[in-house]
Structure formats: C-alpha cells, structure tokens
Design a protein around this ligand. Structure first.
Ligand code: URA
Ligand code: SF4
Length: 206
C-alpha cells in the first residue's frame, strides 16, 4: 500500500445517503477494508439536526454493520438521553468507516486509526455532512475532532464550548469508550457527567 490512500475515486457525486452507503461498500481507498467484515456507514435521520462523529467502528459495529451498537454505543445512548437528544433523530457516523484491529487468537483488539486513514476516509464524512446538512456536529474524541475540524485537536482544550467553525458549529467532547474504560472505577461519574454536559451544548440545535 502506498501513502496515497484516498477514498475520493469511490465517492459518487450523489448526495443521497443510500447512494453513498452503497458506494462505500466498494471503497478500497485504504487497506482497512480488507480484514474488516464490512463497511460501517453512518446511520440515522437523513436531515438530522445533529450529527455525531465517532472514531471508527468497533468489533460489534463491524459484525453488525451499524455504528455505535456495542458497549460504547450504550454509554452514548445513556448520555444522549440525559442530555435530551433523541438518538433516533440524530445521525451517527465515524471518521473512519472500517474497523482496524489486531488479531490475538480469536479476539480482535481495537487499533486506533492512523492520520492517513482518517485523511483517506474523510471524503465519505464530507459527503455525509453535505447530504445531511446538520445544524451542529458533535465530535467524539480526538480522532473525530481532527476529522471534523481538519486540524489537530486537544479535547481538554476544546470541550465545554460551541466552536464557531466556517461550515457550522462544532462541539468537541470525549469519546464514550474513554468513559466506558472508567466504569466501576473512580472518575466514572465525573467523566460521564462531562460527556453529558458537552452534549447539552448541542441539544439546543436539535
Ligand atoms: N466507537 C466508535 O468510535 N464508533 C463506533 O461506531 C463504535 C465505537
Ligand atoms: Fe475506504 Fe474509509 Fe474503508 Fe479506507 S476506511 S477503505 S477510505 S471506507
């Protein structure tokens, strides 16, 4: 694989989400498609006011073909409910559309995507945002923030505010997986409350 990873040749001109998703199944824009089970395209309201962007599908998402259907998705569901955002009315997607992992025996361990994967996959995210046309975008974690803002992003510096970006307002927050990792430990309640507080900033746009 060369460094010239780019989804562009597979992205159709259509801004119909069904057309985009069908085309994404054929994407070979980077090498991540090959070991993955399937592409995990965004899903939700086709003209949703809120788009939530994660990092990449996890193990469950890869098997089921839908974003945020595993354990991190349940944390996100709880946080969205507390923040007063209706998940079924939102559109959920990821910065990278294929699951990246390393195999350990039968287990598949999540591996963070590289910047080149985020860059290669960005045309899909751009097309989704054009298709949906949300009033606000919520970036969950540093990878999503990078993809949405187009620059390196530190969550600690950017969270807790609505960023007035050129295309539309953006809220940056922690990734629900980071909250999940604290479950049963000191700091969970605080981390969860922080996620909810950031999501509440997006709720008025919903
Ligand atoms: N984590 C993500 O970033 N996205 C998903 O879809 C699931 C887990
Ligand atoms: Fe294409 Fe993105 Fe999958 Fe890479 S991760 S093959 S760019 S859809």
């Amino acid at each position: 694989m060369t460094d010239a990873a780019d989804a562009t040749p597979w992205v159709p001109d259509s801004r119909d989400l069904g057309d985009l998703e069908s085309a994404a199944h054929e994407c070979r824009g980077c090498e991540l498609w090959e070991p993955a089970t399937q592409v995990v395209f965004g899903s939700g309201g086709t003209s949703a006011a809120v788009v939530l962007v994660g990092e990449q599908p996890g193990d469950q998402e890869d098997r089921q073909g839908a974003p945020f259907v595993g354990p991190a998705g349940r944390v996100l569901d709880e946080a969205l409910a507390e923040a007063g955002i209706d998940r079924s009315a939102a559109y959920l997607t990821n910065a990278v559309k294929h699951f990246r992992f390393t195999a350990r025996g039968k287990r598949r361990i999540h591996q963070k995507p590289d910047v080149r994967h985020v860059t290669a996959c960005h045309p899909w995210l751009g097309a989704e945002l054009e298709a949906v046309g949300p009033r606000v975008v919520v970036a969950l974690g540093a990878t999503a923030a990078r993809a949405v803002l187009g620059r390196t992003a530190k969550i600690g510096e950017l969270r807790g505010q609505v960023l007035e970006e050129p295309d539309r307002p953006v809220v940056v927050t922690t990734h629900p997986s980071a909250v999940l990792r604290l479950r049963g430990r000191d700091g969970y309640d605080e981390a969860f409350a922080g996620l909810v507080a950031d999501l509440r900033l997006a709720a008025p746009y919903a």
